[in-house]
Design a protein around this ligand. Structure first.
Ligand code: UD1
Ligand code: CA
Length: 456
């Protein structure tokens, strides 16, 4: 049987106190709804229908997916009414998975189990026992322990309120059953809504099988209604990632001070100090040491690389045994070959720096091609921009660039060439040459310092 997914995301999210739609708020750097879409896509569904209500344009442009269909629910008349909007996208002979856009951490494993549990003609639902079930729909079971209904908090009697097994809201239902049941739902309940949960009583009445299973952790089914819950779930997610990394052989100075906003692949025997943020896709090879307060985005770090405190790296390739920082900024399209050393207050951008070369202090290297074993002195600046266009600087193997050299691009400094400190180099320097381009020093004898003028 094919699967199609329906994600409910029409709720307003008033308690977020935000002008942005709730499902666009981010967890681990990714919109809540995107988490649900990505997990649903792992199940290879025929399609995914998102039921949206507010901010349709912003929500649609903020979410990516190959099989997404968007349907607006103009008035939020309840979860049953919401799923009914998706009926045109649902086939009779498939399993329909119902998810919430504000329950971001539902796992593929739980959904696989839920789908497998759903009979060809029937219903499966995800339930969980909570120490404090207040606010949730309660699961009603008969003497044979079969699920026969769900009662919402507001409709429950005193006895039902004591039930601690709750409805997570996540269901799998045969399409034909939804086609038959949804149009017949009524809204004669405490909230005047069309409850999706009422389909359980309909199933019980018709002897349609209903099976329940449970997620591995409560966080998987936690919904987000306010920013406290968002922060709580963020920390839960991050701790989970930290635990997985530690289990895979990564040393974390403090697992509560690591943030992964994307996908990391970190080899064993990597050491990560506090307050490190990973974004996008980051690959870290074995033996890497990352100091405190570093931000690493879309980059790869080769074996044995050392990143010292307060370094920011984005869209870069760092080959093995490089040493970077503290306080370095490695910007997009930087490629550092094996054993390069980048020191404090050095910025690089769109540059290749060859094996063993050093840029140790206070430099800007942009649009540059630097050979192997070159030494770039403190304060060297590649003047790559004339205010309109960008130009390239080329520096040969073994070159020695004196401190405070301005390299006015386009310009080439040859193999083993040297520039004198303080030079402004705007003409090419051939291999092995020394180039000095600075005012000549004059020493003036018997010069008198100015005297303080007397005021009356
Ligand atoms: C719902 C369930 C309850 C369950 C709880 C789990 C019903 C009647 N109740 O209650 O049993 O314990 O979720 O969190 O189903 N939505 C729409 N359109 C609507 C109404 C809701 O898209 O017209 C979406 C919301 O954006 C949200 C989800 O459906 O993502 C759940 O809605 P919510 O109002 O939070 O349901 P609850 O009353 O909490
Ligand atoms: Ca809710």
């Amino acid at each position: 049987m094919t699967i199609s997914a329906v994600i409910l995301a029409a709720g307003k999210g008033t308690r977020m106190k935000s002008t942005r739609a709730k499902v666009l708020h981010k967890l681990a750097g990714k919109p809540l709804l995107q988490h649900v879409v990505d997990t649903a896509e792992m199940l290879a569904p025929r399609n995914i229908t998102v039921i949206y209500g507010h901010d349709g344009e912003a929500v649609q442009s903020g979410i990516e997916g190959d099989t997404l269909c968007w349907i607006e629910q103009k008035d939020q008349k309840g979860t049953g009414h919401a799923v009914a909007q998706a009926l045109p996208n649902i086939k009779a002979d498939e399993k329909v998975l119902i998810l919430y856009g504000d329950v971001p951490l539902i796992s593929k494993a739980s959904l696989d189990e839920l789908i497998a549990l759903c009979p060809e003609q029937g219903v499966s639902l995800l339930t969980i026992k909570l120490p404090n079930p207040s606010g949730y729909g309660r699961i009603i079971r008969n003497q044979e322990n079969q699920v026969i209904g769900i009662v919402e908090q507001k409709d429950a009697n005193a006895e039902q309120l004591l039930i601690d097994e709750i409805n997570t809201g996540i269901f799998c239902v045969t399409g034909s059953l939804l086609q038959r049941w949804l149009p017949s739902l009524e809204n004669n309940n405490a909230q005047g809504e069309y409850y999706l949960t009422d389909i359980i009583a309909l199933a019980a009445k018709e002897d349609v099988p209903v099976f329940a299973c449970h997620p591995e952790s409560a966080e998987e089914v936690e919904g987000i209604n306010n920013r406290r819950q968002l922060a709580h779930l963020e920390r839960a997610y991050q701790l989970n990632v930290a635990n997985e990394l530690m289990d895979a052989g990564v040393t974390l100075s403090d697992p509560t001070r690591l943030d992964v906003r994307g996908n990391v692949s970190i080899a064993s025997d990597v050491e990560i100090d506090i307050n490190v943020i990973f974004e996008g896709t980051v690959e870290v090879a074995t033996g890497v040491v990352i100091g405190p307060n570093c931000v690493l985005k879309n980059c790869s770090l080769g074996e044995g690389v050392v990143i010292k405190a307060n370094t920011v790296i984005e869209d870069a390739v760092i080959e093995k045994d490089c040493v970077i920082g503290p306080f370095a900024r490695i910007r997009p399209k930087t490629v550092l070959a094996e054993g390069v050393k980048i020191g404090n207050f050095v910025e690089t951008k769109k540059s290749n720096i060859g094996k063993g070369s050093k840029v140790s202090h206070l430099s800007y290297i942009g649009d540059a091609e630097i050979g192997e074993n070159a030494n770039i002195g403190a304060g060297t600046i590649t003047c790559n921009y004339d205010g309109v266009n960008k130009f390239k600087t080329e520096i040969g193997d073994g070159a020695f660039i004196g401190s405070n050299t301005c390299l006015i691009a386009p310009v080439k400094v040859g193999v083993n060439a040297t520039t004198g400190a303080g030079s402004a180099i705007n003409k090419d320097v051939a291999d092995n040459q020394l180039s000095i381009a600075r005012g000549k020093q004059r020493n003036i004898e018997s010069w008198k310092r100015p005297q303080k003028i007397k005021q009356d």
